[in-house]
Design a protein around this ligand. Structure first.
Ligand code: ZN
Length: 107
């Protein structure tokens, strides 16, 4: 069974404080993540092996964005994100951010 069946997927945006390597200015950036939340129960058709894997499965999130454009209007350079790109999350519900796919990246 595909591991994806263990999770429900959704996209989330989190504000992250980043320092631009070009102009050294700190700003907060909306960074997109794909959140894979472990389902409450095992999907239908799961075998013993799947049951074991499901028991060990943890909710996690994967960073979608790899580059951001500097928000300093005198700089505007793009730079790469550093740090962890995969983060384990607790199984408690994650509060929804003010994610708006229509305006993201258009500033
Ligand atoms: Zn900059």
């Amino acid at each position: 069974m595909d591991e994806r069946n263990f999770y429900s997927e959704r996209q989330d945006t989190k504000e992250l404080k980043l320092v631009c390597p070009h102009c050294k200015q700190e700003n907060s950036y909306p960074i997109r993540w794909m959140v894979r939340t472990k389902k409450a129960s095992l999907p239908r058709g799961a075998g013993d092996e799947d049951r074991k894997r499901f028991a060990n499965a943890r909710s996690y999130m994967v960073r979608v964005d790899e580059m951001v454009a500097c928000r300093n209007i005198r700089c505007r350079k793009r730079f790469e994100l550093t740090g962890q790109s995969v983060v384990l999350v607790s199984d408690a519900p994650i509060p929804q951010g003010d994610f708006d796919p229509d305006t993201f990246g258009n500033r």
